[in-house]
Design a protein. Structure first.
Length: 74
């Protein structure tokens, strides 16, 4: 699912540089790589763990996968 966001020209220039520096295929890929790089955990599910303290990792991953599949549908 594509989303349009508004950014100023300086941010666009930074994003273009980031995309090039990270050898990303797209702006989305560049943002994702930066987000993962900036987290201390090795996985996105792991970084979300602090928000779901009473949920098992396995259940959290299932929930995230279900939400992603649901959003990919028309």
């Amino acid at each position: 699912m594509a989303t349009t966001i508004q950014i100023d020209e300086k941010t666009l220039l930074l994003l273009k540089k980031l995309k090039k520096d990270l050898m990303a295929k797209s702006y989305d890929d560049a943002i994702t790589k930066l987000a993962i790089k900036s987290t201390k955990d090795k996985s996105i599910a792991g970084s979300l763990r602090k928000y779901y303290k009473n949920t098992a990792i396995k259940d959290l991953i299932k929930e995230l996968q279900h939400e992603r599949r649901k959003s990919d549908r028309f």
